[in-house]
Design a binder for this molecule. Structure first.
Ligand SMILES: [Zn+2]
Length: 84
């Protein structure tokens, strides 16, 4: 319904003028924002880095003991995705 009035979160480029891409938050898959082509790439890269750091930061089972079940689920999912 509001597709046309969406804007890039970074530069406010309007969906009326440019193609916008929906990007889901890597750690909250039910949340997303819209980005233009350039910023979409930046955000994807940023998400990648964050997810990798998260996988790495909790590599030891001892560290993972501090994660909530939901975070642990996310960790396992990301671990598979980035396959260290
Ligand atoms: Zn933008």
């Amino acid at each position: 319904m509001f597709e046309d009035s969406n804007m890039c979160l970074f530069c406010n480029a309007s969906g009326k003028d440019v193609q916008l891409y929906k990007v889901y938050q890597w750690d909250k898959p039910d949340r997303y924002s819209w980005y233009c082509k350039d910023h979409y790439r930046q955000v994807e890269k940023h998400h990648d880095e964050q997810a990798r750091a998260f996988v790495k930061g909790f590599e030891s089972e001892q560290a993972r003991a501090y994660l909530s079940p939901k975070q642990l689920e996310l960790w396992e999912k990301m671990k598979k995705k980035y396959d260290y």
